[in-house]
Design a protein around this ligand. Structure first.
Ligand SMILES: Nc1ncnc2c1ncn2[C@@H]1O[C@H](COP(=O)(O)OP(=O)(O)OP(=O)(O)O)[C@@H](O)[C@H]1O
Ligand SMILES: [Mg+2]
Length: 276
C-alpha cells in the first residue's frame, strides 16, 4: 500500500492567535502537490506545523503518516520518519560544517533506529555521494566545508536545501519557496534538480512533495498532480496544473470573490498579525 501523509481538520495557533482553521490535505508518496495562496494565508505555518516547530501550537485536528500519529512525535522523530522541509528562511548553524551536518542528518534519516553515538555512514561512501550530488547541482565542493547557511547568499541557501533533499531522500518533502531569491537560471536548475531527485525511473527517490510557491517556474519540470489554494488559513480550492497557471497569471481576485468568508478571515489576519 502506498504511504500517505494525511492532514485532517488541522488547526494551528501562533502565540494564541488562530492561523490555520481546518486544513485538509492528503499527499500520497509519489505525488507532487503545489500550494499557493496570498501572503500571510498560512502556507508556511502549515509546513512548520507538519515539521513540529515548537512555536506552532496544534489546537485541533490530526496529522498522520501512513496511520502513525505524527503529532505524538517531536521534530527529530518526524525527520527520522521521513518528513523533510526546506524552509522559506533557513537558519544558520555557525560552527557546524555542511558536510558534518549532512552526514549526521543523512545517517539518521536512512537509519532511523540509530542511537546517538553509533556509527555514521562511512566517510568514504558519504564523500563520494556528496561530491556526486554537488556536481549535479553545480555546487562548488568547497561549499561542504562552510558552516551551515552562515553567510550563504539567498541562492546558496536554497541550493543547500536542495542538496539536503537529494542526500536525505525523505518520503515526504515540503519545499517552502525554494525559488525565492533565485535568479532565472537558478530557478531552472532547481526545478530540474528536484525533478531528477524524485525521478524513480532514473534511480531517484519516490517522494510525496508539497511545493509552496508564488510562481510557476519551479513547477516547469515538476508538474503538480494537484494545486491547492490557501486563503484565510484554509485550503479553499484544489485543481490541477491549470489552477497554478491561472493564479500565477490572474492573481487571487476570483478566489477571494468565490470564498468571501475565507477572504474576510484573511483580511483580519493581515490587520492583526500574531506577535513575534
Ligand atoms: N512565528 C510566527 N510568529 C508570529 N506570527 C506568525 C509566525 N508564523 C506565522 N505567523 C503569522 O501567521 C500568519 C500566516 O503566516 P505564514 O507565514 O504561514 O504565511 P504564508 O502563507 O507562508 O505567507 P508568505 O506567502 O508571505 O510566505 C501571518 O499573519 C503571520 O504573521
Ligand atoms: Mg510563507
Amino acid at each position: 500500500m502506498s504511504e500517505t501523509l494525511k492532514i485532517t481538520d488541522l488547526q494551528v495557533a501562533v502565540e494564541g492567535k488562530p492561523i490555520l482553521r481546518g486544513v485538509n490535505l492528503t499527499i500520497n508518496r509519489g505525488e507532487t502537490h503545489a500550494l499557493m495562496g496570498p501572503n500571510g494565508s498560512g502556507k508556511s505555518t502549515l509546513g512548520n506545523a507538519i515539521m513540529g516547530h515548537p512555536g506552532y501550537e496544534v489546537t485541533g485536528g490530526q496529522i498522520e503518516l501512513s496511520g502513525q500519529d505524527v503529532l505524538e512525535m517531536d521534530a527529530s522523530e518526524r525527520a527520522r520518519a521521513g518528513i523533510f522541509m526546506a524552509f522559506q528562511r533557513p537558519m544558520a548553524i555557525p560552527g557546524v560544517k555542511m558536510a558534518e551536518f549532512l552526514r549526521h542528518a543523512t545517517t539518521n534519516v536512512r537509519n532511523p533506529e540509530r542511537k546517538e553515538g553509533e556509527d555514521l555512514i562511512p566517510m568514504r561512501q558519504f564523500r563520494k555521494e556528496l561530491t556526486e550530488k554537488m556536481g549535479q547541482l553545480k555546487m562548488d565542493t568547497e561549499f561542504a566545508r562552510r558552516y551551515v547557511n552562515d553567510g550563504f547568499s539567498g541562492g546558496e541557501m536554497k541550493r543547500a536545501e536542495i542538496l539536503q533533499l537529494a542526500m536525505l531522500r525523505p518520503k515526504f518533502a515540503i519545499l517552502d519557496e525554494t525559488d525565492s531569491g533565485l535568479d532565472v537560471d537558478a530557478v531552472k536548475l532547481a526545478s530540474e534538480s528536484i525533478a531528477d531527485i524524485i525521478n524513480v525511473e532514473a534511480g531517484g527517490a519516490e517522494m510525496g512533495i508539497l511545493i509552496i510557491t508564488h510562481h510557476d517556474k519551479l513547477l516547469d519540470h515538476n508538474t503538480p498532480d494537484f494545486t491547492h489554494v490557501m486563503l484565510g488559513g484554509r485550503i479553499v480550492e484544489t485543481g490541477g496544473v491549470e489552477l497554478a497557471k491561472e493564479l500565477y497569471t490572474d492573481g487571487y481576485d476570483r478566489i477571494r470573490a468565490a470564498y468571501p468568508d475565507a477572504a474576510a478571515v484573511g483580511e483580519e489576519m493581515k490587520e492583526a498579525p500574531a506577535g513575534v
